[in-house]
Design a protein around this ligand. Sequence first.
Ligand code: FNR
Length: 185
Amino acid sequence: MINIVAICGSLRKDSYNKKLLEAIKHESNDQWDVTFVEIDELPLFNEDLEIGGDPEEVSDFKKKLKDADGILIVTPEYNSGIPGGLKNALDWASRPVRSSFFLNLPVALAGATPGSLGTALSQMQLRQILVAMNANVLSAPKVLVGEVHKKIDLETRQVTDHRTLSHLKSFINAFTEFVEMYRKD
Ligand code: FNR
């Protein structure tokens, strides 16, 4: 069993991306122990705040990342990029640079949108940010769920599209192998 810390870039209650994250957790339950970490209580990153030591919300957030063997980020695309709240969380997590939790950490990305491009542009930007943080980002398979409203049951709010579910299985297996490659123990 590997410890996966999951972050969702959408803060809204009925988020499609939260549903996708739940589906990944469900499909991975024999391989991953998934812990969700919320990012909506984090203050806006400010170096002046950091000088006085991490605010409580930030040190709680960092503590939750500490035991991760790998990180899963599931995020929507906002204006062809990642949501501001997610960038804020990553900026906090990237500090201090030399002991950032993301240093050499395996990271996998996934995203869903009612649009047709499946968050391709936001994942491209997210990949660039994570590379700057010296994280190890899984290249493939990519999880880009377009037209997500047709792939989720609106009543149960579960992913029902069989092709998507089977793709998630391949993604989970690939990330498991990727994490095992970097695992320290
Ligand atoms: C969006 N949306 C969107 N979708 C997309 O595919 N590309 C984009 O660039 C954008 N831009 C964008 C900007 C802003 C500010 C909002 C609020 C929305 C639509 C977006 O994919 C849709 O609202 C999703 O449902 C958001 O994800 P969650 O909250 O359902 O997980």
